[in-house]
Design a protein around this ligand. Sequence first.
Ligand code: ZN
Length: 293
Amino acid sequence: MSDHIIRAIAPGIRIVAAITTEIAEEARKRHNCSPVATAALGRVMTAALLLSETIKGEESITIRVAGNGPLGNIVADTPERHCVRGYIHNPAVDLPAVNGKLAVGEGVGTGMLHVTRFNPQREVFTGTVELVSGEIAEDITRYLLESEQIPSIVGLGVLVGTDGQVTGAGGFLVQAMPDATDDMISNIEQNLSLVASPSHLAMEGVTAAGMVRLLLAGLTGETVYEPEPVVFQCTCNRERGAAMLNSLGTDEMNAMMAEGQAEVRCNFCNELYQFTEKELCELQNSNNKENQL
Ligand code: ZN
């Protein structure tokens, strides 16, 4: 089952669920992540996708987890709807598991969580909260409560096999609307205590719609929308890499030409763009022409 996301509403409740196994694996491969780095990055990327479903279609979201742990900063954003990309500062850092679980909280440490929303006019709204545990789901829950005043339950999980590959990843977000009753909330909390983690559900082949059904068991009146595919996708390309080199200025360009080559690596997807001396020369010539016009 390819990665996908689904939205559903029930009286008083809004819910989003996603399967992100391929996205987490793609991130692991691109950034050469250790198991704990894979789990941390996969959780943040999944959270970005879930949050992006709660805002208007044209807005995009960036999550930055700035912890003081050995993994360093983790960033994920949704440059387009249903697309996510991300990176982690120290992907090679590995830590021993704690009680059989990847030590994400220890790897992230304490610090701040920043969630930035960009509307179509590129106006920026940033909400910042202190990290609760560095386990990401609890941190996102706090952000939603303190910054957006929406009581929420967030579940995020990435399961890594003994060979280091991702075997299951996913997440859900349940939000209580103002008309939610205490009975509904306790019903969902009880459901939550019975269901496996999103990563185990993903590994077992449960779909996002299946996850929604498990979470809403016992409630009625829900509307479940059609699932939509989600992918790891970056916005970088060779032209942007060239523009980046150009922006460094004439002196830097001359130095790179003297070296005979230059390369630009994209933070978000780790793609490498290499430029030969000839290409650098052409870039600078086209620059000069533009400046003369
Ligand atoms: Zn890229």
